[in-house]
Design a protein around this ligand. Structure first.
Ligand code: ADP
Length: 300
């Protein structure tokens, strides 16, 4: 599979058919049916994407999953970021063993509402570099989506690999009918141009863009309270307007995000009353609305 094949792909049409495809082996067909069965039990599937690494994609994914679970939603958080799986660190689950019931991989449960699975649980030593070729990555990602026992849940948040290459494309294609993507960026030009590519990528794959979050947007000095725009600010919003996608909000640079992440607790939980936690909640408000909107529709 190459990026050039993304053109003219209609994910929904191609991925959701239960008919056997012309070149599909029986094994591939059965695996695809199993994946569809698994995914059909999940009401909403949301991908968290970024144009590049290190912009806070996993941090957003963790805080989004946590805040949905706080709203009493049943939530799954899946980390398929092969080259930098940071969910185990951000949730203090490093080295957590993976268990199975003989048929499926069992996710790690945090409290009553949140189930977590990371490709990092399977990678052994966290210092090992992962050198996998494209097809191996595709296989690992598809196994992960197919074999994890999520059960019936309201949301699956997928922390996808950064960029617009084969890996995020695999995720989009395998999930097939995702609700859409949240794209995380930082405010500098160089990050913003990557996000434009990311939006174009979503459009080519017919994956709705739920909106853009501008992370690391300004720094409020804890001593004097003055705001310093270290990486500039506002670039994400201007770009979102130009590209005709929703701007979901800004998250400032906040040393407490690093502290919470290093301690393995979602910031939104550890610093629940902080202004930054409020910014997080505001930025992800629209995701709760997806659920409400669908709920109203279903009752009609
Ligand atoms: P990505 O998934 O895009 O690679 P991460 O979410 O792993 O990025 O974040 C990279 C690092 O930046 C982590 O140490 C995280 O705690 C930190 N970080 C993320 N967002 C912020 C922020 N708004 N302020 C300060 N540090 C942040």
């Amino acid at each position: 599979m190459s990026s050039s094949q993304s053109n003219n792909l209609s994910v929904k049409e191609k991925e959701l058919s239960t008919e056997r495809r012309p070149k599909e082996t029986e094994e591939q067909y059965q695996e695809r049916l199993q994946l569809m069965k698994r995914i059909s039990r999940i009401k909403h599937k949301i991908l968290v994407l970024s144009g590049k690494g290190g912009v806070g994609k996993s941090t957003v994914a963790v805080n989004l999953a946590w805040s949905l679970s706080e709203e009493n939603k049943q939530v799954g958080l899946l980390d398929v970021d092969i080259h930098g799986p940071s969910i185990p660190t951000l949730l203090n689950l490093e080295g957590h063993p993976v268990s199975s019931d003989g048929k499926s991989i069992l996710p790690v449960e945090i409290g009553n509402n949140l189930k977590v699975m990371s490709i990092g649980f399977l990678l052994g030593n966290r210092d090992d570099a992962v050198i996998w070729r494209g097809p191996m990555k595709y296989k690992a990602i598809s196994q992960f989506l197919r074999d994890v026992e999520w059960g019936d849940i309201d949301f699956l948040i997928v922390d996808s690999p950064p960029g617009t290459g084969d890996e995020p494309m695999s995720v989009v294609q395998l999930i097939g009918n995702a609700d859409g993507a949240i794209i995380v960026t930082t405010p500098q030009h160089v990050a913003i141009s990557d996000v434009r590519r990311c939006i174009t990528f979503c459009r080519q794959l017919r994956l709705p863009v739920l909106g853009v979050i501008e992370n690391m947007s300004g720094f409020i000095c804890p001593h004097c309270g003055e705001r310093v725009d270290i990486f500039k600010t506002g670039g994400g919003e201007i770009m979102a307007e130009e590209m005709n996608v929703s701007f979901l909000g800004r998250i400032p640079i906040d040393p407490d995000i690093v502290i919470a992440g290093d301690n393995g607790t979602p910031h939104i939980k550890a610093f629940a009353e902080s202004d930054t936690a409020k910014s997080f909640r505001k930025a992800i408000e629209c995701i709760i609305k997806i659920e409400k909107y669908n709920g109203i529709d279903k009752n009609k």
